[in-house]
Write a protein that binds this ligand. Structure first.
Ligand code: ATP
Length: 589
């Protein structure tokens, strides 16, 4: 759809505000035109010493301010109501749209850029629709004013308006590039937001590498680029006012000369000339506003364009039109000849076939980049397979609704994301209807109850934006409690690679063991103990299964897994031995 149509659609959604705004604008501008008429009466009466008329004019003049004031007040409010609603509607629409997008969309787009579209670009539209007051009043005044000017003296009016088309031509020439320049500015602003978002989110890394100075420089560079773009636009924008003012004053000068002549010839009264002059000034200032509106229009269209670039992009993973609810499941997961490649094109998984039996745990191991996380991401359909199928209880994941599929899947990621809110809110994330008892039971099962109750506010303890007040192990246990409360049939565990201290490690492991009971579990395993406990192990290499079997079977085979075991886990075994020896020594002493 054309962007102008889109803008119009938004405006039409609030047509009553704008229609009332136009009506009230008519009253306000009508009052301005009448004011000029009163000026005429006053001037002519003053020339004759007609005090009756002068008093009447004074009373009318004051009286006129009331309807004008009330109309102005309501017009302003109604337009503000419409524009703020438009901005809120667009933001809501964008947010819902972003929630519907797949993970690959967020990998293609910088988060800061998306945030900028939601703030800076929506701001442009809000600003643009805010100009509606001028867009209503200024043309009304120009049309009404010029009509009245013609009725006063058509020759003078003709002389006055001859400059209008000339002025319009020049302004449209000046503002023609405005949209492109605004697009450039918004792009630069998005870069600024992106740097801000990335460095604030990664502030620990910035500080730990001592990169503050470099980041300040990078931010300055982006900010300076936005300044340059802003100034380019400002130069054009600044030219609009002098151009309109020049033509406006030219018109006033000609009106004064011709009008002075006509008055001297008694073909017009002094009052008539005053009224005409006053109207000419009003019309000129309204024409100036129309000139500025042209700038605002192009800026608004740039905002609309950038917003609809996002809104116009259809989600690439959606429920099919015949998608059914998955219903209750036992939790059998099957990969049937699965092939997969990310949008970058390189094939990451090929001919992958394996089954996960209900209630059993499968450990996926393999070198970095082998495709372990990719396998895990295909079960909840975060990405779409490019060949074969992922089946849950015999249903292709593409044939069921994503909501019903994901309802049965719990994920404990390597790094726990906590949202701002209380500990309770964070555990009940995904199950906000859970009662306090259920939350506590989940926390107990996850070995989290103890540390939670040590906080003064217990479950009501408010966590920082990213849960800065919890240790790594505590965060993991919150994530486990979250999964326990969700009670999914299928579990995906991405074991954290960062090691915890022995006590914390034991608490997390215990919690995980409890969580896994009776659930079909896929573990991206890094710990030796998990691998040993798993019912079967899949060894991935270069996107393919290179070995598969139980721990003992694979060790007996003496193949890739056995090799991996020796190189990767010998160190771990040594550490375990060392720490238990240390523990022994400590206990003995
Ligand atoms: P690790 O143990 O290091 O986490 P992994 O075995 O889990 O590795 P994956 O993360 O599944 O491996 O990655 C498999 C391959 O796909 C790698 O070559 C990786 O570079 C690539 N890859 C992963 N995620 C993406 C993505 N979002 N877009 C493009 N390529 C990706």
């Amino acid at each position: 759809m054309d962007n102008r149509k889109r803008l119009l659609e938004y405006l039409l959604e609030h047509k009553w505000c704008f229609l009332w705004g136009a009506l009230l604008g008519g009253i306000a501008t009508g009052s301005d035109i009448v004011t000029m008429y009163l000026l005429r009466l006053f001037t002519d009466a003053a020339g004759k010493g007609d005090w009756n008329t002068i008093t009447m004019v004074a009373v009318f003049f004051v009286g006129l301010q009331f309807p004008k004031g009330i109309a102005g007040y309501w017009q302003f409010y109604l337009i503000a109501l419409a524009t703020n609603r438009i901005a809120v509607d667009i933001r809501n629409k964008m947010y819902s749209h972003l929630q519907a997008m797949s993970l690959s969309f967020f990998e293609r787009n910088r988060i800061g850029h998306l945030m900028s579209r939601m703030t800076n670009d929506v701001g442009l539209i809000q600003n643009g629709s805010g100009a509606a007051t001028d867009a209503i009043n200024a043309p009304l005044l120009v049309i009404g004013g010029i009509a009245r000017m013609f009725s006063i003296n058509w020759i003078l009016a003709l002389v006055g308006v001859v400059f209008v088309p000339l002025m319009g031509l020049l302004i449209s020439k000046i503002t023609r590039k405005m949209r492109k320049l605004t697009m450039m500015l918004q792009l630069k602003l998005a870069d600024v937001t992106a740097v801000l978002e990335e460095t604030m989110a990664g502030i620990r890394i910035v500080k730990s590498f001592g990169m503050e100075k470099q980041e300040i420089e990078r931010f300055k560079e982006q900010n300076d680029a936005s300044l340059k773009a802003a100034l380019k636009g400002a130069r054009r924008n600044a030219a609009v006012t002098p151009v309109t003012e020049f033509f406006g004053s030219l018109a006033v000068v000609v009106i004064l000369l011709v009008g002075g002549y006509l008055t001297a010839q008694h073909r017009m009264t002094v009052g008539g000339l005053f009224e005409f002059g006053g109207l000419a000034i009003y019309v000129a200032s309204s024409a100036k506003k129309i000139g500025r509106l042209n700038v605002t229009y192009h800026q608004t269209m740039a905002g609309i364009e950038r917003i609809f670039e996002v809104l116009g992009e259809a989600p690439d993973i959606t429920d099919s039109s015949v998608a059914a609810d998955l219903g209750d499941i036992v939790g059998r997961v099957e990969f049937n000849d699965v092939a997969f490649s990310y949008q970058t094109g390189e094939q990451v998984l090929r001919n992958l076939s394996f089954a996960m039996e209900p209630g059993k745990a499968v450990a996926v191991v393999g070198p970095s980049g082998a495709g372990k996380s990719t396998v895990a991401n295909l079960i909840p359909r975060f990405y779409e397979v490019s060949g074969g199928a992922v089946m849950v209880d015999g249903h292709d994941v593409r044939s069921v609704t994503m909501e019903s599929l994901r309802r049965h899947i719990g994920i404990v990621p390597q790094e726990t994301i906590l949202f701002s809110g209380t500990i309770r809110d964070n555990i009940a994330y995904g199950r906000p209807d859970a009662n306090d008892d259920e939350v506590e039971q989940a926390a107990r099962a996850a070995n989290a109850h103890m540390f939670i109750t040590q906080f003064d506010d217990g479950y009501k303890t408010v966590l920082g934006e990213r849960g800065a007040r919890l240790s790594g192990g505590e965060r993991q246990r919150i994530a486990i409690a979250r999964a326990i409360l969700k009670d999914p049939r299928i579990l995906i565990l991405d074991e954290a690679t960062s090691s915890l201290d022995a006590t914390s490690e034991r608490l997390v492991q215990e919690a995980l063991d409890k969580l896994m009971v009776g659930r079909t579990t896929l573990v991206i395993a890094h710990r030796l103990s998990t691998i040993k406990q798993a019912d079967s192990i899949i060894v991935l290499g270069d996107g393919k299964i290179v070995e598969q079997g139980s721990f003992d079977e694979l060790m007996q085979q003496g193949g890739v897994f056995a090799g991996l075991y020796h190189t990767q886990f010998d160190l771990e075994k040594e550490e375990v031995v060392a720490s238990s020896e240390g523990h022994l020594e400590k206990t003995q002493s």
